[in-house]
Design a protein. Structure first.
Length: 408
């Protein structure tokens, strides 16, 4: 790529990808960025600038605690960043510095990594491949990330890392079977899309005793313009786990309620139908399933982004846009087709059209948010992408506050 063809570096996009432990508990996130919207590969000339912008947005504009709560944040650091301590992000106790796969263990890098570790940062080696040039990096690594899809490691290789006291993170875990295999080999951290496949949740639905029929009736009642409070209470009684989780969540500080809630009816009245609708939908989608809990931050962030964009672009009511965003991931979260859900719930026609065909103002909003998540915004202006990045960070911060309430 020539200089005249270099893209404008103001069009970078940022996102977060969850990392879980062996129990599928969400323990960390990786900060992702693309130098250009729509870029299918990294643009090396702009990587340093894109890293700086992503770092500024995540660490200084939003803050790592707002972005990730108490979880670790993995941060990709090019060679130039490793060699310049002034560029390192704040919060060393929470940040994992990822040494990119193109970085070799020469003397200059080793000195820099020793300094970074002395500041309290955790060091991870991204997409690590053991060679004579990279071997010295192992002496300073806390975590090694291995590609189990395209370059699956042997047991001997895994044992070599484990005997050095290194934590292993399996990258590109695509299926539950691959997750189980990697865990059996000794991996304790995992990253990939295995939790996005509906089949991984079929075995857990009956173990937890969930009454999906009651859940869908509950969602249906909440969609009615004049919901029946007695019916809502009756349905919640049928789902004691959901009811307890709801009370625990609304009692948390994140909801800023004037009194502690001691009954279902009190929760319904104090929250109001709009807030109750969003909360119950979120809890039903989570379904007490570790796979769903990994995806819930994305679902909540998408919903919040949709509500913000709809209010800005179409002066539309936020609640339908928020509900649309949440329900747009129901096929993954509940293992159920969107068409079936739309048949079972009395959704407004504009929400159905948006979910099934991306039609209407809400459909355009959903399409835009999905494109942003995938980094496919080739026709968007730098100003539009900057706004989307801002909305993403705001929405992610809000989602973390809500999820903190669920953890209490």
């Amino acid at each position: 790529m020539t200089n005249s063809q270099k893209p404008n570096t103001g069009s970078y996009c940022i996102a977060l990808q969850p990392i879980c432990d062996a129990n599928m508990v969400h323990v960390a996130d990786e900060l992702l960025y693309r130098a250009t919207a729509g870029a299918s590969f990294a643009v090396i000339e702009d990587g340093l600038i894109a890293t700086a912008r992503a770092c500024n947005a995540a660490f200084y504009e939003t803050g790592v605690e707002s972005l990730c709560g108490r979880r670790k944040l993995f941060f990709n650091a090019p060679r130039e960043w490793l060699l310049n301590p002034a560029l390192l992000p704040p919060s060393p106790e929470q940040v994992v510095i990822e040494v990119l796969e193109c970085v070799e263990g020469d003397e200059e890098i080793l000195v820099a990594l020793k300094h970074i570790k002395s500041q309290g940062y955790t060091i991870a080696l991204d997409d690590f491949v053991l060679t004579d040039a990279t071997r010295p990096l192992l002496d300073l690594a806390d975590i090694v990330k291995l590609d189990v899809l395209e370059q699956p490691p042997t047991r001997k290789q895994v044992e070599h890392y484990l005997t050095r006291g290194i934590t292993l993170l399996a990258e590109k875990v695509e299926t539950k079977k691959e997750f189980d295999q990697a865990r059996a080999m000794g991996f304790t951290l995992f990253q990939g899309y295995f939790y996005a496949h509906p089949e991984t949740r079929q075995s857990t639905a009956f173990k937890r005793g969930r009454n999906q029929s009651a859940q869908l009736r509950l969602l249906g009642e909440l969609q009615k313009p004049e919901a029946n409070y007695n019916e809502l209470e009756r349905l919640l009684v049928q789902e004691p786990q959901l009811a307890v989780q709801m009370l625990r969540t609304v009692n948390s500080a994140s909801h800023n309620l004037p009194h502690e809630i001691i009954s279902m009816r009190q929760a319904i009245v104090l929250l109001g139908l709009n807030r109750l609708r969003s909360l119950v939908t979120m809890l039903v989608l989570a379904n007490d399933d570790p796979c769903n809990m990994l995806l819930l931050p994305q679902a909540l962030t998408r919903a919040a982004m949709c509500s913000r964009l709809a209010a800005r672009d179409y002066k539309a009511n936020k609640e339908p846009a928020f509900m649309m965003g949440l329900l747009s991931m129901v096929d993954v979260l509940l293992g159920q087709k969107l068409e079936l859900l739309c048949d079972q719930l009395p959704l407004a026609p504009n929400i159905k059209q948006a979910l099934l065909a991306h039609e209407g103002p809400l459909g355009k909003t959903l399409h835009l948010v999905k494109a942003f998540e995938k980094g496919r915004l080739t026709n968007a202006s730098d100003e539009a992408i900057a706004t989307l990045n801002h909305f993403f960070l705001e929405s992610r911060s809000w989602a973390n506050k809500v999820l903190d309430g669920m953890d209490n």
